[in-house]
Ligand binder design. Structure first.
Ligand code: SER
Length: 584
């Protein structure tokens, strides 16, 4: 079965059962506290928590979709059998109840009917996970009984970490779940293990059925939702691989045509370096979809993820000696595979953006290579200098050094990196340390508010280029091509003052950098960050105004912040504007 057939089979099956097929939403979710869409339910979140009326919007409670998703947590893991950045998720929903809505029984019946009767999978290979309960939600005996009634015999109980789904960001609908894991047999791993085994990949999760009955609020408490919902998700690539008895999604038609095309233009074959091939194939597909969302390579947020993928393609292309002049032919294979469902993919656009980034990266590397040429040894400190000044990835420094017969002390490099991060942190503490005045702290919080207001008024492409605060004023440089009009300046002032007036709280959270980026926190000068960073969120009840990675400090709430006023707006270099502002 190929990918096109499986997608249609799933959607047609649920359409025949009275579900409405809803098109995939964008990879950029409405909820701007998260960076990317990572689950099919995201576009339905307001209906699942009954903030919006599902019947008014869709004229039915029963929905199904094939959703574009993108995950950034595991970029370093790409290349093994199971990880991809971009993937699709098939799902069906029953939102709220009346006579027409279904819950656990209906969801389980549909799932088994589709897998066994439509796809021909053997029921005795299914192992089902059951939520074992915690201090506020009891064990899901009800689901277990239903599965048993339908002839399932293998059960495994898990707690919150594995068997409770959601919410996507900190707040939202969630609930216990039952997952269907498929047993591929002893030859794929341990003799005697089960789902979520730490040592092998014998069991593959193919379908997650979420019994969505709770809402996690801002305090982290679980409230019962007014309605029960079904939210299910199938990892499309995984199911396709299982059906075709393939080890991995990379062996299915979703990747095999692309891998064959790469082989035509590379010196090494797929069998010689599967990992490099898979990284290139995954990143080509992932970056094509990001560009399809009008994301451009940059140093922050989504643009940074795209830049990282494109530069990794270039790095790994060197390893298999892939001729990057063939990029248009590689992208064409992706377009042929997907454009009938995702017409936003535009070959010319993707190739152009790739080529521009390739040139930028080449210039960076050229400068770094000239430096390496001059060296007869590369100390950890010099390796760090190349990394920091020229953006030279450490793997490439190693390659170049090896060519010259020079060994790189990687441990020493990592220590040097850590030392630098510590210095940056101390610098930030000094700048905003205990003796910084109260006025400066207030201006710092006002800077975050103004930064977000600039993005609201001038668009998301506005990026911080520099910031300086003393006890009289804030000064903020940002990327923008035109002089701001008086109306725009007024609008920015009004937004900030309105936010101060309506009251807000500033919440500080410590988290790993990757997680901070994944939750959509704005980040600048990325290479200077520590592995664990502080994220400052400015929010009013349910509305988040601003979220930035920042050394702080900030005020705790809007009380006594005063009135914000822009004194001057001027140019500060090519495509950069500068604002001076005060609070009174
Ligand atoms: N929301 C669940 C998931 O993403 C089921 O769709 O796994």
């Amino acid at each position: 079965m190929d990918s096109k057939e499986l997608r249609s089979l799933f959607l047609n099956y649920f359409q025949e059962k009275g579900h409405k097929i809803v098109a995939s939403s964008s990879l950029i979710p409405d909820d701007d506290t998260v960076l990317f869409t990572t689950a099919g339910m995201q576009q339905f979140a307001p209906y699942l928590s009954s903030q919006k009326n599902v019947l008014e919007k869709f004229q039915t409670r029963h929905l199904c979709s094939c959703q574009k998703c993108f995950r950034t947590d595991d970029i370093e893991e790409i290349g093994d059998d199971t990880h991809q950045t971009f993937f699709e998720m098939l799902g069906n929903w029953s939102i709220g109840q009346d006579q027409s809505g279904y819950f656990k029984e209906g969801a389980i019946e549909y799932a088994l009917d589709f897998l066994v009767n439509k796809l021909g999978l053997a029921k005795d290979k299914f192992h089902i996970t059951i939520f074992k309960g915690n201090s506020f939600i009891p064990k899901d005996e009800e689901a277990k009984k239903i599965w048993e009634r339908h002839g399932i015999t293998y059960f495994h109980e898990f707690g919150e970490a594995d068997n409770f789904w959601g919410p996507v960001s900190n707040v939202g609908p969630c609930g216990p779940c039952s997952e269907i894991h498929y047993d591929r047999g002893e030859e794929y791993g341990c003799k005697d293990c089960g789902p979520n085994c730490d040592y092998c990949k014998r069991f593959v999760e193919i379908w997650n059925l979420v019994f969505m009955e709770y809402f996690k609020n801002e305090k982290g408490e679980y409230e019962k939702l007014k309605q029960t919902n079904i939210d299910t998700g199938i990892g499309f690539e995984r199911l396709l691989a299982i059906l075709n008895k393939e080890n991995s999604a990379y062996e299915t038609d979703l990747f095999s045509d692309l891998i064959k095309e790469i082989e035509k233009h590379a010196a090494l074959k797929y069998k010689d370096d599967k990992i490099a091939y898979r990284i290139i194939a995954d990143h080509l597909r992932g970056s094509s979809f990001l560009i399809g969302e009008n994301i451009l390579p940059s140093n922050t947020e989504r643009g940074y993820i795209l830049r990282r993928l494109l530069r990794r393609i270039i790095r790994y292309a060197r390893i298999i000696d892939l001729d990057l002049n063939s990029i248009d032919r590689l992208i064409k294979v992706i377009i042929l595979k997907y454009h009938h469902i995702y017409p936003e993919l535009n070959q010319e656009n993707i190739v152009n953006i790739f080529n521009i980034e390739k040139q930028k990266f080449a210039r960076t590397l050229e400068k770094g290579l000239k430096e390496i040429e001059k060296l007869t040894e590369i100390t950890p400190r010099q390796a760090f200098f190349l990394y920091q000044t020229f953006g030279f990835p450490i793997e490439m420094i190693k390659e170049e050094a090896n060519k010259k017969g020079i060994e790189i002390d990687e441990k020493g490099f990592k220590e040097e990196l850590k030392k630098h991060q510590e210095i940056s942190r101390k610098g930030a503490e000094k700048k905003f340390g205990k003796n910084a005045s109260e006025k400066e702290i207030k201006l710092h919080t006002a800077t975050h508010l103004m930064h977000q207001a600039l993005r609201d008024v001038l668009g998301e492409s506005v990026q911080q280029m520099g910031s300086s605060i003393n006890n009289e004023r804030l000064r903020f440089d940002f990327s923008y091509t035109k002089k701001l009009s008086q109306e725009q300046i007024k609008e920015i002032e009004d937004i900030v003052n309105q936010r101060i007036k309506s009251g807000f709280k500033v919440i500080k959270e410590e988290m790993p950098l990757e997680k901070a980026l994944a939750t959509g926190a704005l980040a600048f000068f990325k290479e200077k960050y520590k592995e664990v960073v502080n994220v400052y969120t400015i929010k009013n009840n349910n509305e988040i105004y601003s979220k930035e990675i920042c050394a702080g400090p900030h005020i705790k709430s809007s009380e006594n912040l005063g009135t914000f006023k822009i004194l001057k707006e001027s140019s500060s270099g090519a495509n950069t504007r500068r604002i001076r502002a005060v609070i009174n």
